[in-house]
Write a protein that binds this ligand. Structure first.
Ligand SMILES: Cc1cc2nc3c(=O)[nH]c(=O)nc-3n(C[C@H](O)[C@H](O)[C@H](O)COP(=O)(O)OP(=O)(O)OC[C@H]3O[C@@H](n4cnc5c(N)ncnc54)[C@H](O)[C@@H]3O)c2cc1C
Length: 366
């Protein structure tokens, strides 16, 4: 009996589960290890905060998906690998053996880099914890008119979360801190300027070209020693790698992400596959759900081929991704390469894409 272990229920692995539900692998026991029985879809998280979705609408239930795929669901967090013995070590003390291992655990938040971040910050990952803490923030803000919050990180996620919080909490004192002159670094300049004007119009204080160096109970300390008072500090500082892949001896890039070749196999351990934000592709791409989703079908196909002893197929991610950034008011900004647009119809388009993605993996979508 061969054993395939899927570590993490991320965007690529839900495709693998979907593929297994359609065609199971002969003589293979498949186990999904995930700390939570559902996968919250980050693309709809700002919409949940803004009040556009119920949390259940943003979550893919993993247990029924695994059940339909004939996959054993193990609720645990992987905390280490023994690559010689081919075992995944879990946080409940158990060890899960594998013949083939596929890793799609996503990134962690780079909170350790800011002093006090672990104690006083609200990291965006794990998203389940973030959701609980946002619920608490909303309750606190509704109870206290002087409540304040700051968000560290002004990429697409930081901007979306700031605008969503504003939509939900019109009176919250809110600041967005970024290290660049304008928010949405890397996206078209027109969109950056538009985002900046939106922050002003929504009374969100923009603090650009500054770095947060510490968080304490009073707020955020910036690199020039200015303090930004805040009762709640959200950390949306980008994707960092978990430490256990490198500690296990997997080949990783300088950031600690698992280096994979075009077949999505680890360059050091071909029985290990990785996809999504935790992977460092041969031809690097930004850390983005779009690329994690796109890796799903080739990952499913290559896992099937590996187990059948067939030749694997090379895959290369598309060059560009479409960025859709909701602005909290059922409107959205979009960027494709140098092109950018915005409007209510852009939000409806995003809403349609997101709901279609969720429907595919829901009970009725199969
Ligand atoms: C607020 C926000 C909005 C975003 N919006 C977009 C967007 O609109 N479009 C876009 O392209 N990208 C967006 N992103 C980025 C996107 O979230 C990530 O790029 C994407 O989630 C990466 O997918 P993944 O499959 O690699 O990992 P994830 O989606 O993070 O999934 C990883 C899964 O593995 C589980 N896991 C984690 N650690 C372990 C472990 N040790 N053992 C077992 N399981 C584990 C997690 O619980 C999770 O279920 C957004 C990010 C944020 C924070």
């Amino acid at each position: 009996m061969k054993r395939l272990v899927l570590l993490g229920g991320g965007h690529a692995h839900v495709y693998v589960l979907d593929a297994l539900a359609r065609a199971r692998l002969p003589d293979t026991e498949v186990t999904l290890i995930s700390p939570y029985p559902r996968q919250i879809y980050s693309g709809m998280l700002p919409g949940w905060i803004a009040g556009h979705y119920h949390i259940d609408e943003t979550a893919i239930p993993l247990t029924p998906l695994a059940e339909r795929a004939g996959v054993r669901f193990k609720q645990a967090r992987g905390i280490g690998l023994d690559l010689d013995a081919r075992r995944v070590r879990c946080d409940d003390g158990s060890e899960i053996p594998f013949t083939w291992l596929s890793i799609d655990t996503g990134p962690t938040t780079a909170s350790a880099r800011i002093d006090g971040g672990m104690q006083h910050g609200i990291p965006v990952r794990p998203i389940e914890d973030f959701v609980t803490r946002i619920d608490a923030l909303i309750a606190a803000a509704n109870a206290d008119p002087d409540c304040s919050a700051a968000i560290i990180g002004s990429g697409a996620a930081g901007v979306e979360l700031a605008l969503a919080l504003r939509a939900r909490l019109p009176d919250l004192s809110l600041a967005l801190i970024g290290s660049t002159a304008l928010p949405l670094d890397g996206l078209p300049g027109r969109l950056q300027r538009r985002a900046r004007r939106l922050l002003d119009a929504r009374h969100i204080r923009w603090i650009g070209q500054r770095r947060a160096k510490a968080i304490d109970a009073e707020g955020v300390w910036l690199d020039d020693d200015e303090q930004v008072p805040a009762h709640h500090v959200l950390q949306v500082t980008g994707a960092a790698a978990p430490d256990w892949p490198a500690l296990a001896g997997l080949s990783t890039d300088a950031g600690g992400f698992i280096r994979v070749g075009p077949t999505l196999q680890s360059v050091s351990h071909p029985v290990v596959f990785a996809a999504g934000d935790v992977a460092a592709y041969a031809d690097p791409r930004p850390k983005s759900g779009v690329f994690a989703v796109r890796a799903g079908p080739p990952l499913a196909e290559n896992l099937r081929r590996a187990i059948a002893g067939e030749a694997l197929l090379p895959w290369q991610a598309q060059r560009r991704a479409l960025y859709l950034i909701s602005t909290g008011d059922r409107r959205a900004l979009a960027a494709w390469g140098l092109l950018s647009i915005e409007g209510a119809w852009v939000w409806r388009w995003k809403d349609h894409i997101d709901r279609a993605f969720m429907a595919r993996f829901s009970q009725h979508g199969m």
